[in-house]
Design a protein around this ligand. Structure first.
Ligand SMILES: Nc1ncnc2c1ncn2[C@@H]1O[C@H](COP(=O)(O)OP(=O)(O)OP(=O)(O)O)[C@@H](O)[C@H]1O
Ligand SMILES: [Mg+2]
Length: 247
């Protein structure tokens, strides 16, 4: 926990409150792989560090994050996590500069919107289950994004709905790495405790069980580290460009 608090705060100070929002998206071809849940997890961790966060809920028909926020407000859970529904990626991007971080919760099965979200994002997270039935379409989606201008380094997989077989988890990691992609550390199992927390408007790090919270923190930490690395790399390349233009 402590380490990512430090990382997140110092990095925001560097950003100085101005400039463009960091954009992170959660997308998948398959439905129900925990996109909305991961979007809420990440949003909660940044909001808890007083970042100005917004979830852009692009799944208009379900409004999963939007409804979750209503439950969160109803149960007076702090911090509040603003969620807004947007009919298009472009509309959401217009308000991006008002936030430190904008988190896209994508709809499943919508390849053109998914491409547009990923192209605008500093990091795209693809959650997937462990079966080849799940991994195959997830990799197909990643390849499609890579072919359409999204750098592979900006794509990362999250292993979700995992069982208790370490061998199955390792096999899934190897499958994705062999396909040319990185996988977040940690995994998310399907647990009643997570579902109940979500029903109450809580994020995965806010359950009643320390062990579940810790497990979710590991995944959140992985996302934060990844975002932090990508932001530093971007800063470095900006500095290099400035140096080049001065010389
Ligand atoms: N770790 C978990 N354990 C148990 N249930 C979970 C967990 N994470 C999420 N859920 C539940 O699983 C369902 C699917 O999760 P979620 O809505 O995040 O998936 P999604 O990928 O956004 O789905 P969709 O493709 O429909 O947008 C929801 O009912 C959610 O509350
Ligand atoms: Mg969803």
């Amino acid at each position: 926990m402590a380490s990512y608090h430090v990382t997140m705060v110092s990095w925001k100070q560097k950003k100085g409150g101005g400039g463009l929002a960091i954009i992170v998206s959660f997308v998948s071809q398959k439905g129900g792989v925990y996109k909305s849940t991961l979007a809420r997890l990440l949003a909660r961790e940044f909001a808890a560090q007083e970042w100005n966060v917004k979830i852009a809920d692009l799944d208009i028909s379900q409004g999963t994050c939007f409804q979750w926020r209503a439950r969160r407000l109803g149960n007076r859970i702090e911090p509040d996590i603003p969620v807004e529904q947007f009919g298009s990626v472009d509309k959401a991007l217009k308000i991006a500069d008002q936030y430190d971080i904008l988190i896209f919760d994508g709809a499943p099965h919508s390849s053109s919107a998914t491409r547009a979200i990923a192209q605008a994002s500093g990091l795209t997270v693809i959650p997937t289950g462990l079966a080849v039935d799940d991994l195959q379409p997830a990799v197909t989606l990643a390849h499609d994004l890579a072919k359409n201008g999204v750098a592979r380094a900006k794509i990362v997989f999250a292993l979700c709905k995992v069982g208790d077989s370490p061998a199955e988890i390792e096999d899934a990691r190897a499958y994705l790495q062999e396909a040319g992609y990185d996988v977040l550390p940690g995994t998310l199992p399907e647990k009643v405790g997570y579902r109940r927390a979500s029903d109450e408007g809580k994020a995965l790090t806010e359950t009643r069980f320390a062990s579940l919270n810790q497990r979710a923190e590991e995944v959140a930490q992985g996302m934060v580290d990844r975002i932090s690395q990508l932001s530093s790399a971007q800063d470095r390349s900006k500095t290099d460009m400035n140096k080049r233009s001065v010389a």
